[in-house]
Design a protein around this ligand. Structure first.
Ligand SMILES: *Cc1c(COP(=O)(O)O)cnc(C)c1O
Length: 384
């Protein structure tokens, strides 16, 4: 058997496919020397807002900053509570603690790995101000029931769309579903810059205006500081790269969906759980995550075959040492805890070749035979 190296993501392959345009865009910024809030920032903001089907976008320096600035712009701070999920990247929760608010966590649905809407109402208190559903792995959370609850209790809904550029929920783009949305352009995201970057997307022009002030030391006019702001601007060089990449995003997402479909078909007979895509969602497969009850062994085995995999995420937020002060304990979010020990993210990027996908599945098949792998308990689909 010939060993093939399959990386988890391959940013070089993508750069090779757009090199001329990227190099030219960067050279243009160097020629204009408008490095801070230059032409490309505004150009990217309007293109990205239009892409998302929202009124406006504000470029910031990371997905984390996007979340933090949305919370600040809503005046959310000490004494307030913000609800999100235990199964997410830590930045979602760090943005809440950064503004001094208290994160209230809920568990996720075992089928979609996204917010379990059933648990939402029981954690709402008089201090609750906002809900942050996370569109994890590129698949939108079930937004309609979340929005309905939010409307009833007068709460803001902030989408963490950092993994879901271009995803659809019932025909609408991620980023256009809640009151405001945060995107990350971390290099490995579906739309990635060549460094850090992020954006707030919203239909609320007043909110966007406050975020523009907050990201730029509180000034609209140079040296006139209306409010105490921060420095969280999107870099012009990054915006120029993003302008080149955005027109390719739909094709790249379509390639990811084809790869996911190939994985689904080839893995069908094997004792692993493949991702479920409910009919309300069109996932953009930022990650292709399977579940197995011998995860660590499978990961090691694949590594021997030359296949790189990832864990998203190996420890749920409530069990991270950084959040010990929240007072959660093992057993509080059983689905998130179980997922953290069963999930395995397989190689996934638009340039991944069909032969490589076949090779990955062949390795998983060989592992299943070697260890007589059994199927993890399958749960049933919940929600409508
Ligand atoms: C990547 C990511 C973030 C944060 O993005 P950065 O740009 O790295 O700050 C937040 N939430 C989720 C779910 C993410 O995947």
């Amino acid at each position: 058997m010939k060993k093939i190296e399959v990386p988890f993501v391959d940013l070089r392959a993508q750069y090779a496919s757009i090199k001329e345009d990227v190099d030219e865009a960067i050279a243009n910024v160097l020629a204009r020397v408008d490095f801070v809030l230059g032409e490309a920032v505004a150009a990217f903001e309007s293109a990205f807002a239009e892409y998302c089907g929202a009124k406006t976008a504000v470029g910031v320096d990371s997905g984390y900053s996007a979340l933090e600035l949305i919370l600040r712009a809503y005046g959310i701070g000490p004494g307030d509570e913000v609800i999100t999920v235990a199964n997410t990247f830590v930045a979602t929760v760090l943005a809440i603690t950064a503004v001094g608010a208290r994160p209230i966590l809920v568990d996720v649905d075992p089928d979609t790995c996204n917010m379990d809407v059933q648990q939402l109402e029981r954690v709402i208190s008089t201090a609750t101000r906002a809900i942050i559903p996370v569109h994890l792995y590129g698949q939108p959370a079930h937004m309609d029931p979340i929005l309905e609850i939010a409307r009833y209790y007068d709460l803001r809904v902030i989408e963490d769309a950092c993994q879901a550029h271009g995803a659809f929920y019932k025909g609408k783009r991620a980023g256009s579903l809640g009151d405001a949305a945060a995107f990350s352009f971390y290099p490995a995201k579906n739309l990635g810059a060549y460094g850090d970057g992020g954006a707030v997307v919203t239909n609320d022009l007043d909110l966007a205006d406050r975020i523009r002030l907050l990201r730029n030391v509180g000034q609209r006019v140079k040296y006139r500081h209306e409010i105490k702001g921060f420095n969280h601007r999107l870099d012009t060089l990054q915006a120029a790269v993003l302008c080149v990449k955005l027109p390719q995003l739909d094709a790249w997402n379509a390639a990811r969906r084809r790869i996911a479909e190939q994985y689904n078909q080839l893995l069908a007979g094997l004792p692993v759980i493949t991702p479920l895509e409910p009919d309300w969602a069109t996932s953009v497969y930022h990650l292709y995550v399977i579940r197995t009850n011998q995860r660590d062994e499978m990961q090691r085995y694949l590594r021997e075959w030359g296949i790189a995999t990832g864990l998203h995420y190996p420890t749920p937020v409530h069990l991270q040492p950084a959040f010990a002060d929240l007072g959660y304990k093992p057993g509080d979010f059983p689905v998130s805890e179980r997922l953290s020990s069963e999930i395995l993210s397989l190689p996934m990027y638009p340039e991944l070749l069909p032969e490589a996908v076949e090779y990955v599945v062949e390795a998983i098949g060989a592992f299943a035979t070697d260890v007589q792998l059994s199927h993890p308990a399958v749960t049933t689909v919940t929600g409508d």
